[in-house]
Design a binder for this molecule. Structure first.
Ligand code: PDD
Length: 275
């Protein structure tokens, strides 16, 4: 793993944690995760733009212009030899005496780049089980904030239930999952929650929407009711930078049909791979 903190790459095991960094004390900051296949990124520009939008939404300046952040990201990636590299970068509002109002100090970039997890074809074809849980997060989920406690608690509950993801329900509607977006398929139509304040508008989600349309399927950015998702969808999948497209094999106790070769989700997966 290659680590970067504040203004430099770190050497051999050195990982400073400033006790009064606001990311550490308050979760006062934002982040992105981007995947590279060698030097080809998956949507780096869109990730950088979302970073800028998240910063703006929390009234935080960026420590460097976006182009400079881009070149630090690329430099980190080039230092990892693997075929698939994931870069995590976050911006904290800075290091300052711990009082709640914004500090006078500058925001701080930290980053790591490491080999990305590649799922086997067998894993993907088997799909993953999900459980549904109440969405206990705040009303600004479009911001990719460092505050992930509700997400962590939901994911842990899923793992403890023998599932892979927690699909979150707000007021009876599926929003997204703890670290991914959710799509359902029923009767020729794909559904996913609209990109509003209740979900993170995933970059993978956006690519998928285009792929689905390109294939000629109908896609509706409309929320699915919990009941519809639980009982009616014929297939479903989750999307994220690190999972890409992952079919769902089970929703709570209900098994979904496996990913057959001619199934719509299979076609979407193939189309996604040629993006
Ligand atoms: N998570 N929704 C939530 C709540 C997420 O945390 C993520 C990504 C997504 C998918 O977004 P994208 O397709 O842009 O990765 C949706 C990242 C990968 C993470 O926290 O590790």
């Amino acid at each position: 793993t290659v680590y970067y903190y504040k203004d430099r790459f770190l050497k051999g095991g050195e990982t400073p944690v400033p006790v009064e960094d606001r990311a550490f004390n308050y979760g006062d900051g934002i982040y992105e995760v981007v995947r590279f296949h060698r030097d080809r990124s998956f949507g780096l520009q869109e990730h950088l733009e979302r970073l800028r939008d998240s910063a703006e939404a929390i009234r935080m300046a960026l420590p460097f212009p976006l182009e400079e952040i881009e070149s630090i990201v690329r430099s980190a990636v080039s230092q990892v030899e693997d075929e698939v590299v994931d870069v995590y970068f976050q911006i904290s509002r800075g290091e300052a005496l711990r009082v709640h109002p914004f500090p006078q100090t500058d925001p701080v970039l930290s980053l790591y780049a490491r080999p990305g997890r590649i799922y086997t074809e067998d894993f993907r074809e088997a799909g993953v089980a999900v459980i549904t849980l109440p969405d206990e997060r705040w009303s600004n989920c479009y911001i990719k904030s460092l505050n992930l406690l509700p997400n962590v608690l939901a994911k842990q509950a899923a793992v403890e239930a023998g599932a892979y993801e927690a699909v979150l329900i707000r007021d009876g509607w599926v929003t997204e999952a703890s670290a991914s977006n959710v799509f359902g398929y029923h009767d020729g139509v794909f559904f996913t929650h609209p990109a509003n304040r209740h979900i993170l508008n995933g970059i993978t989600r956006r690519f998928l929407l285009r792929a689905i349309q390109k294939l000629g399927f109908t896609v509706q950015e409309e929320p699915m009711s919990e009941e519809f998702f639980q009982n009616e969808v014929e297939s479903a999948f989750i999307t994220s930078t690190t999972m890409e497209l992952m079919p769902i094999s089970k929703i709570n106790q209900r098994e979904l049909h496996p990913l057959g070769p001619e199934s719509p989700v299979w076609q979407i997966l193939q189309a996604f791979r040629t993006l």
